[in-house]
Design a protein around this ligand. Structure first.
Ligand SMILES: Cc1ncc(COP(=O)(O)O)c(C=O)c1O
Length: 392
């Protein structure tokens, strides 16, 4: 199938929810994707932070294939070793007490909302159900998580009514957060680096102040680490950079290494809140997905791997900061946003593809989320293309 045939097939059948680039990817290896003509593209997007070990990493493929040949699915009514191994590794590595496995970031955040409301209801009774989120945040596309997302541009009239029970405050304004805590609030949900919002890191002082105010009022702190978690920033969780211990952490994307996954982790205080029947998911904790994720976690949690992410992120940042047309580079580890002087991220992303490099955008920025195990040679090659495009 050539590209035109692929495009026609897709456009004739799939809902047009995505503004796709003129690129069809048919296979991949490491940080390199290939189109139907065999043309190579260095991939600095990893499928929006999903392919944390790149395309078809042999250990991950082995773990997934072996599990697919052993037990591909069983209901959550029964125990299975692949899922139990992953939940055990997740709790041991993060210091959290319990985890609920699901299939996406939005689903992990849905669980966080239910868990927060149930904790508050069980402890204080009805009426304390509001979730505070930040302006410019992104938490998903389901009706709950879209409502939680603090961006008016993502709340068009056509999807009204949105869901009640959410209040938005500007990031960095502790007085606004204090004012929002009016006795009706059960939780605050934060992305420590607002990824879709333009790779905007929250200030440490603000985050710590939010956590302290929340602690005083028994408001739960939910940290959405769907994009920042799983070694992306050079630590297993971005909250380690901030010195905070959230009540709830949500994960997805890079945890699965390429298969759909989500996880909602909670601390000891919340470990007995969910009871049989209060939540569930048919595919959540699927053994094949979990076997792959357990392999990913075993690799990315190694101290040497984490320090390599930091080293490679610093290298990329320094190289990019010296490129033409770059105003600033922000982010942490291998989650980078490039602010441009005179072009939009979308223009640059299109030109990069023409030159053999896949990058992402976030607002007006170019956003990079390369595979965490990208080699120096792959990074160098991709950066060379980026430099060429920016110099045009
Ligand atoms: C911070 C954050 N939360 C939640 C989501 C939603 O994740 P998913 O698309 O897996 O539902 C995303 C996706 O980009 C995200 O970046």
């Amino acid at each position: 199938m050539n590209f035109e045939q692929l495009k026609a097939l897709d456009q004739g059948s799939a809902m047009s929810t995505y503004a796709r680039f003129d690129l069809g990817i048919v296979r991949g290896c490491g940080a390199t994707a290939y189109d139907a003509q065999g043309r190579a593209y260095i991939d600095f997007s990893s499928g929006i932070g999903v392919n944390s070990l790149g395309y078809c990493e042999p250990g991950w493929v082995r773990a997934v294939c072996e599990q697919a040949q052993t037990l591909q699915h069983t209901s959550n009514l029964y125990y299975n070793p692949a899922t139990a191994r992953l939940t055990d590794r997740l709790t041991s590595l993060t210091g959290m007490a319990r985890v609920f496995m699901c299939n996406s970031g939005a689903e992990a955040n849905e669980c966080a909302v239910k868990l927060s409301r149930k904790y508050s209801y069980d402890t204080y009774g009805a009426g304390r159900h509001t979730i505070v989120t930040l302006r410019n945040s992104f938490h998903g596309r389901t009706m709950q998580t879209l409502t939680a997302t603090g961006q008016d541009a993502l709340h068009p009239d056509c999807f009204k009514p949105y869901v009640p029970g959410y209040v938005y405050v500007p990031a960095g304004d502790i007085q606004a957060f204090r004012a929002a805590c009016d006795g009706s609030v059960c939780a605050v949900m934060l992305e420590l680096i607002q990824g879709e919002g333009g790779v905007v890191p929250l200030e440490q002082e603000y985050v710590r102040a939010v956590c302290e105010l929340a602690r005083q009022q028994d408001i739960l702190v939910i940290v959405d680490e769907v994009q920042t978690g799983m070694a992306r920033t050079g630590k297993l969780l971005a909250c380690e950079h901030y010195g905070i211990r959230p009540d709830i952490v949500t994960l997805a994307k890079g945890l699965g290494g390429g298969l759909p996954i989500g996880a909602c982790l909670c601390n000891e205080k919340l470990q007995n809140v969910m009871t049989p029947g209060s939540h569930g998911s048919t595919f959540g904790g699927n053994p094949v997905v979990c076997a792959g994720a357990d392999y990913v976690l075993s690799v990315i949690s190694q101290p040497d791997f984490l320090s390599e992410v930091t080293r490679k992120g610093t290298y990329m940042r320094e190289e990019i900061a010296a490129m033409p047309g770059v105003r600033s580079v922000r982010g942490l580890g291998m989650m980078l946003g490039i602010e441009l002087t005179h072009r939009t991220g979308a223009q640059v992303a299109k030109e990069c593809i023409e030159q053999g490099l896949i990058v992402l955008t976030a607002k007006e920025l170019v956003r990079l989320l390369p595979p965490l195990n990208s080699s120096d040679a792959e990074l160098k090659q991709g950066l060379e293309i980026l430099r060429r495009v920016l110099a045009q």
